[in-house]
Design a protein around this ligand. Structure first.
Ligand SMILES: [Zn+2]
Length: 139
């Protein structure tokens, strides 16, 4: 189904670098939501965006701030609506399942990009360096 978001079809042809960037753009948006939530805008849970590799995905998952903080424990960790890890084209490993959402770890070049873009004010265009040994397709 080409209309569906967060699938392997929806991101077919995207490079690992772009996948890492897309995740990082969602991460930046979620960090803003987190700041608003910390300021007391939400009761208990806050709506966070799915951080999958599909920029057209606008699905929301409700997490407590503590749950969100756990996702942010590592620079390669991202929050995905369950199933949307498929949009990472093999560059994500599910490390935790929580029903509606999973925590994925970005691997390979997508992981490197995600790590370098952590905290970047402009994850869309910031320069990243990708190790040459990753210049091949995922297994
Ligand atoms: Zn998604």
């Amino acid at each position: 189904m080409s209309q569906e978001h967060g699938t392997d079809h929806s991101t077919a042809g995207l490079s690992a670098e772009q996948i890492g960037r897309n995740d990082s753009i969602f991460r930046q948006a979620n960090e803003r939501i987190d700041k608003v939530a910390e300021a007391g805008e939400f009761e208990g849970v806050a709506p966070f965006l799915c951080e999958c590799a599909d920029m057209r995905c606008h699905e929301v998952v409700f997490l407590t701030l503590a749950e969100y903080a756990e996702v942010r424990m590592g620079p390669r960790l991202f929050l995905n609506v369950t199933g949307h890890e498929a949009s990472s084209q093999g560059w994500a490993q599910v490390i935790e399942s929580h029903g509606a959402y999973v925590v994925v770890k970005k691997i390979g070049p997508a992981g490197e990009v995600a790590e370098q873009l952590e905290g970047s004010s402009d994850p869309e265009t910031a320069t990243v360096v990708i190790d040459q040994r990753y210049r091949r397709d995922p297994a």
